[in-house]
Design a binder for this molecule. Structure first.
Ligand code: ADP
Ligand code: MG
Length: 693
């Protein structure tokens, strides 16, 4: 039987395929282009294009597309058939080097935050040869970057690629200064993707899920996640089938889907891939989200990627595991047997601490969205305050360095399980702190604030840039010093003292931490509207422009887009709530009350007690009136937001007035739900959504 793994990567124009299909000379030139970022000559592009087309057509492909990642946060594609008329009018299949390398989609309908006026609609896509082309749904997809007529990035990939170059350059300088060899450093990422599955037939009955991907109403069912019986539980046959197909599809696309399990909330799951360079990891995560959704449909499910589909249950995140790998296969954040003596590790570790401390506001900004606001700080989600967790051993080591004291390792402690038949386990040198937003987990950092629906491009662009900046300062200092070892010790001592305020190993969910963080001068940015303006603060503009990651205009455009997106998302939610209230909930509860009053009058005629009907009617009537009034209040708040032309002011109105009005409306509806007969409640409840898989 053919092993399913043999089909791994069969839809990818990978290095192996290129090697076997391209002439040696072309292959070598292309590899140089990829490695050194050299421009590709039209001749070479032509040869590559032909090989790609032949390979794709052998697999039944008829179309190609430039596949790009505009500022919507998802991917975009416009298909072109290979077919065209030859001189004699007969059809031929063609795909030129130019078509491979350049595209000119009409950019006017993508968000550009003022970077491109509609009269200047032209946008260009350019092949990114560092990410392999692949076949999706019978179309050859060519990963590209997307930019405007004036050369500004209109996508999420261009800044990411720029930040990877910065990091490579600065990490190599530091390595050279401390006498270590490497010719390339790549930031790596592994994104653990959380998601919910619900039955599609139920999903279709709820406008909030259809329009907003989250429930805007819904009383808590008698059983939520309190029994802690979902996490790592056995997977039902239907979901297992879905996962099998999902894995098979992802493997064919060269995505190393590795880990799958049930998450904490009922209906919640996770998929984690093997990590890759941040560029590939970003593409693969986009593909994963898309394939998850499509595969779910084929199995009668809807896959919810929203950060908080269900109130009072855990939300979904995307833990972004991040580290640095050299071309020699070294993980620069690997502490090794004796971290205290591992200068390379300590220097890179301190660069991350410095980066996170100095730019913790940027890490908050890159995960800011209306959806993630519902999650951060809630059930088991990291708080909105950024801090770093290192674990006992590393904390002791840093203390020893700072105080020039001695440090004795606890010598690879082993854990006793108590039963002699079981192997002795060696304890990880970091105990896990699940409450930390940025935790060191053995040989990588896990940034847990990223939302489940977000592209990981922004988070990795920020991480690469801020660590690149810290490394460049370290490199300046170390390159100047005569005695490198001495200079490095001095640098570590100083940086630890300066940045230790970002370290916190307590419970990040606690109120004490909020107070403590404020006392330490860390910025507390609870929601998107507080966080976003930091993107255009002087220090951050200077950082990004200095390294050419974003121009000032590019940054402003992203600020505008994110802010507008926030206002749009919250407004759509408010409108959906109003529609559901007027067209579903009110008719439903009124019908039930009519039935109750009918029963009450009939009983009265028969001189039978109608105390229950009357009491229930009164209670429901009061709630219904309040619901109706509350909808009016929300309607007015919505008008106020619509009338506000300044995006930040509109955002503040959403946060301070509209979201509280939505919460009030929901509370009333949820109270009505629990006293309304199942027959009259107009859409599936939490119970049905969560317990039907
Ligand atoms: P957990 O849920 O316990 O945090 P998982 O196994 O679900 O762990 O996910 C860990 C993720 O971290 C995986 O995607 C893995 O590939 C990734 N990872 C491991 N090492 C690195 C590294 N050096 N750089 C980036 N990501 C890494
Ligand atoms: Mg995991």
């Amino acid at each position: 039987m053919e092993s399913i793994f043999e089909r791994f990567g069969e839809l990818v124009f990978s290095d192996t395929v290129m090697k076997s299909r391209l002439p040696d000379e072309t292959y070598r030139t292309l590899k140089d282009t990829i490695r050194l970022g050299k421009p590709l000559s039209p001749d070479v592009a032509g040869v590559v294009a032909r090989a790609m087309k032949d390979w794709a057509m052998e697999k039944g492909v008829t179309h190609f597309t430039h596949w790009f990642q505009p500022l919507t946060g998802i991917t975009a594609e416009k298909h072109e058939a290979f077919i065209g008329p030859a001189k004699d009018g007969t059809p031929i299949a063609a795909f030129s080097g130019h078509e491979l390398t350049m595209g000119e989609p009409d950019a006017s309908s993508f968000p550009s935050g003022g970077l491109r006026a509609t009269f200047e609609a032209r946008g260009y896509t350019a092949w990114d040869p560092t990410s392999y082309a692949f076949i999706k749904d019978g179309t050859l997809c060519i990963p590209t970057v997307f930019f405007s007529y004036s050369g500004e990035a209109l996508d999420k990939k261009t800044p990411l690629l720029r930040s990877m170059e910065l990091l490579n350059r600065e990490a190599l300088r530091v390595l050279a200064a401390i006498g270590e060899e490497a010719s390339h450093v790549t930031p790596t990422a592994g994104a653990e993707q959380e998601y919910f599955l619900v039955k599609r037939s139920l999903y279709e009955q709820r406008r909030d899920l259809v329009f907003c991907s989250r429930t805007l109403f819904g009383a808590k069912p008698p059983k939520g996640q309190e029994m802690e019986d979902h996490y790592f539980g056995a997977i039902s046959a239907g979901v297992a089938d879905f996962m099998r197909e999902l894995n098979a599809e992802l493997w064919k696309l060269g995505v190393y889907a590795k880990t799958e399990h049930k998450e904490v909330a009922p209906g919640q799951y996770e998929l984690a891939p093997v990590f890759a360079g941040t560029n590939t990891a970003t593409d693969h995560n986009q593909l994963t989200m898309e394939i998850m959704r499509n595969t779910a449909h084929r199995h009668g499910y809807e896959c919810l990627l929203h950060e908080k589909p269900f109130m009072r249950l855990n939300g979904s995140g995307k833990h972004n595991n991040w580290s640095l790998a050299t071309d020699k296969g070294t993980n620069l954040l690997e502490p090794g047997e004796s971290p205290r003596d591992n200068l390379r590790f300590l220097v890179f570790l301190c660069a991350v601490l410095k980066a996170v401390d100095e730019y913790h506001d940027l890490l908050r900004v890159c995960v800011a969205s209306a959806g993630n606001d519902c999650r951060l700080g809630g059930q088991e989600a990291p708080p909105a305050i950024v801090s770093v967790f290192l674990g006992d051993e590393l904390m002791e080591i840093l203390k020893a360095i700072e105080q020039e004291g001695s440090y004795r390792s606890n010598g690879g402690r082993t854990i006793e399980s108590g039963a002699t038949v079981l192997p002795r386990l060696s304890a990880h040198n970091t105990d896990r702190n699940r409450t930390s937003p940025f935790a060191f987990t053995g040989n990588k950092f896990e940034f847990r604030m990223v939302g489940s629906s977000q592209s990981i491009a922004d988070a990795n662009t920020v991480l690469n840039t801020i660590v690149g900046q810290a490394l460049s300062e370290f490199a300046d200092e170390l390159e100047r010093a005569d005695d490198k070892k001495e200079a490095a010790s001095r640098l570590l001592r100083r940086e630890i003292a300066k940045h230790k305020r970002i370290l916190y190993d307590g419970n990040c969910y606690s109120d004490e931490w909020k107070k403590e963080a404020a006392a330490r001068g860390l910025s507390i940015l609870p929601t998107t509207v507080e966080a976003l303006p930091c993107l255009i603060h002087k220090k951050n503009v200077e950082l990004f422009t200095r390294h050419g990651i974003y121009s000032e205009r590019e940054l402003h455009s992203r600020y505008e887009i994110q802010l507008e997106n926030y206002v749009k998302v919250v407004s759509i939610e408010a409108k959906t709530m109003l529609e559901m209230t007027h067209r579903d909930i009110l008719p439903g509860v009124i019908a039930y009350q009519t039935e109750l009053s009918g029963a009450a009058s009939k009983k009265a005629l028969l001189f039978v007690s109608n105390a229950t009907e009357t009491a229930l009617l009164k209670r429901m009537s009061t709630l219904t009136d309040a619901l109706y009034q509350s909808a009016d209040v929300l309607d007015k708040e919505l008008d106020a937001v619509k009338a506000e032309s300044d995006a930040l002011k509109a955002g503040i109105l959403c946060k301070e007035r509209m979201i509280p009005a939505m919460a009030e409306l929901r509370e009333l509806a949820d109270k009505l739900e629990v006293v309304t007969s199942r027959k009259h409640w107009p859409f599936p409840t939490y119970e049905e959504l969560l317990y039907s898989l």
